[in-house]
Each structure stands twice: as C-alpha cells, then as structure tokens.
Design a binder for this molecule. Structure first.
Ligand code: C5P
Length: 307
C-alpha cells in the first residue's frame, strides 16, 4: 500500500536587488539585466496539502493586501503547479496554502517566492524527484525572478534576470524595509524607464563595483556600491519614495534605495542594533509598516509545518 502523503511546507524569501543594471528592451520586450540579488529574511510559507484538485488559499500578515492576490489560474503558485504537472505529463492535485509576509507588488518578488515554494512543495508532496535543472527551467518560464527565489543567497542574475549563479558574499547585511501601502506595477516602471532613457545601451551596466563591495564584508563599502536603474523611474512615478529615502538617510541609514521596481524602500544599516534604532525612528516619524531583515538567507527549502 502507498503511504498517505502528508502536507509539505516550503519557505521562500523576499529579494532585494543590490545592483540592478538595465539595458534597452530586447525584441521580445524584456529588458536585459545585470543584477545582483540578495535573499533577505522576510519569507512566505507555502504548504501543499493532499487534495484531488489544484487550489490556492491565501492568508496574509496584517501589512499584506491578501485580497489583491488572485487565487485562480492567475496566481503564480497555481501556475507553478500546472507547469510542473505538464512537465511530468500529469495533473497535480493539492491545496496550496500561501502564508504571506512579503508585501504584494512591492519590488520584493513575493509572487515569485510563492511560485518557487509551490514548485518545491509540489515536487516533494508528489515525490516527483524533479532535477534542479528542470526546476530552474520551469521557474524561468514562470517569471524572471523565480529561479533566484529557488536559489536564494546572493547571486548574479543575467539574461532577463532568470540566469542565476551564486556569488561570493562574506557579510551579514542588515536592512530596514519600508513597504508602501499601494503596490507599483513592474511593467509600468520598465515602460517609464524606456521613456526616461530612450538611448539606453543594449548592454546593461556591469556589477563589478557591487561584487567587489560584497567581498569586503563592509557595510559602508556596500552602501556606496548599491545601484538601481529603476529607481529614477519609480521615484518619478511616486515622488514620495525619494522623500522617504532622504528621510531615512537623515535618520542615519548608510544608504536608502528602491528595491527592484519598487515601491518598497530598503535602508542598509551597520548592524542589527543600528537597524532596530532606524526602524524605531522611521515608525515614530510616520511610516506605518517598518520591517527589519538580514541577508543573505537560504532559497526555497522545506520547513517543519508551523515553525
Ligand atoms: O518576468 P516577469 O513576469 O516577472 O516580468 C514582469 C514584467 O516586467 C514583464 O512583463 C515586463 O514588462 C517587465 N520586465 C522587463 N524586463 C525584465 C523583467 C521584467 O521588461 N528583465
């Protein structure tokens, strides 16, 4: 007799782009990137429960707008189940329960984290033994950031962001993260980049300075090297993000930067204590949600349920 499968919980982390170099759009509309991703300790958990059909339920932390997330085939975790099933030539049943702490449409790749976690959870629930190469390939079809959400750590991303390789990172980096209550559309920010920079080079700016700073382990060096080519378009669309960065830096952050396409702003700090102090200052001065996280942390991995 086959053993009854039990539920599997997989944890996946939010990402920050430490360097996001963007080139002119390719023929397929995507932008070539040279990016350095870092996974940080703000995580979603996806639990795959045995079920006949594939379905998605969402529960969110109180700063997460769970109602904004589709639960039908438009949900990226659901699509992950369909693509993984297609790969194995079968339909994969499961009730996927997504417990979200990563803000929605925040520039932190929360949807990508859920998709990556769903791939691993379904693979384990159904004992499919999908190879890492195949998981990464399926992840790339789900979205540019999904392969990194599988990998975690600190990694260089090229192509449209989907080609990932781990890089040396000797530091423990402390971040204060300030999400916005209203998300920002990634395609809209890329479109605005095209309007602001019609003469962008087809080759994105390289990440050498950032990679060098990571090898020093020094927060001050990393702060100097942070770069995000989507920051200017994001601030042009949301001027309050520029004011928030200035405010955080005036409160002592080493550097503030928009994460990915925004609107989350992340502040690099010297230490855990410094991050807690800055978070307190930002909360006292009106930011309703302020989170502290360190990086780099692991990619998508199985955890005991309810940890
Ligand atoms: O790959 P993903 O589905 O996450 O991308 C969402 C949107 O972001 C794309 O449809 C595209 O408009 C934009 N994008 C881009 N270039 C990239 C990644 C994303 O233009 N490298």
């Amino acid at each position: 007799m086959m053993p009854t499968p039990t539920a599997v919980t997989v944890r996946a982390a939010a990402k920050i782009n430490l360097h996001l170099g963007v080139g002119a759009p390719r023929d397929d509309g995507f932008h070539p990137l040279t990016t350095v991703y870092q996974a940080v300790g703000l995580c979603d958990d996806v639990t795959a429960h045995p079920a006949d059909d594939l379905s998605v339920d969402i529960a969110g932390a109180d700063w997460v707008d769970a109602d904004a997330i589709p639960t039908d085939s438009g949900n990226l975790a659901h699509r992950a189940g369909v693509l993984l099933g297609d790969h194995h030539g079968r339909e994969l049943g499961a009730r996927l329960v997504v417990e979200k702490s990563i803000p929605v449409a925040g520039g932190l790749a929360g949807g990508s984290a859920d998709a990556a976690a769903a791939l691993v959870a379904l693979d384990r629930l159904h004992d499919l033994g999908t190879s890492d190469t195949d998981l990464l390939r399926i992840a790339a079809r789900l979205g540019s950031d999904v392969p990194f959400a599988l990998l975690g750590g600190t990694a260089l991303g090229t192509g449209r962001g989907e080609v990932v390789e781990p890089v040396a990172d000797v530091g423990t980096w402390w971040w204060v993260m300030v999400p916005s209550l209203e998300g920002l559309s990634t395609p809209a920010v890329y479109r605005h980049f095209d309007q602001l920079f019609p003469d962008a080079s087809p080759t994105p700016p390289d990440a050498e300075a950032l990679l060098g700073a990571l090898r020093t382990g020094q927060p001050v060096s990393l702060a100097r090297a942070l770069r995000n080519d989507l920051q200017e378009p994001a601030i042009d669309l949301r001027p309050e993000l520029g004011r928030l960065i200035e405010h955080g830096e005036s409160e002592g952050a080493l550097r503030g930067i928009v994460s990915g396409s925004g609107p989350t702003v992340v502040f690099l700090c010297e230490s855990a204590d410094h991050a807690r102090d800055l978070a307190g200052a930002l909360m006292r001065t009106g930011s309703p949600v302020v989170l502290v996280a360190n990086g780099a942390v692991a990619g998508s991995h199985v955890v005991p349920a309810h940890v």
